[in-house]
Design a protein around this ligand. Structure first.
Ligand SMILES: [Zn+2]
Ligand SMILES: [Zn+2]
Length: 138
């Protein structure tokens, strides 16, 4: 799968992390679109959404990578999908892969390869170790 089409897969996916709940139940987080300057509100547990003005996909990785006391899997934060990066020609790109945990194997998004099947991803235990270290550093 080419870089371009992988990006489309990621952006067209039914993201498990996009859970906009009622505004009253959460404090929205505003992030400025780096492309057009529009302030984009993230509500609930939402961590990725397109800019309503220009369509740029905006990700707040700290919201995605937020462990809870009940977090079982530190690779996907119990969302079933792992976001990992790979560098191509000096640029780092986001990729998505299905986790190998219980949540990942039962995730409804079809066509997303498992993390142990994609060639450009770190190994599962490396991702877990990195994420745990990141969470402890916060
Ligand atoms: Zn924009
Ligand atoms: Zn997992």
């Amino acid at each position: 799968m080419s870089m371009q089409s992988m990006g489309e897969v990621i952006d067209n996916m039914d993201w498990p992390g996009e859970e906009p709940v009622e505004e009253s139940k959460s404090t929205p987080v505003a992030e400025q679109c780096a492309n057009c300057g529009t302030l984009v509100n993230f509500v609930g547990k939402q961590w990725r959404r397109p800019c309503p003005q220009c369509g740029l996909s905006i990700t707040l990785s700290e919201r995605y990578e937020r462990p809870r006391e009940t977090t079982e899997c530190y690779a996907c934060y119990d969302r079933g999908i792992i976001i990992y990066q790979a560098q191509v020609d000096g640029e780092i790109y986001d990729h998505a892969a299905r986790c190998i945990c219980r949540k990942g194997t039962s995730h409804p998004a079809k066509g997303i390869p498992a993390i142990d099947q994609v060639k450009n991803a770190p190994e599962y235990h490396v991702i877990v170790a990195r994420n745990k270290a990141r969470c402890e550093a916060r």
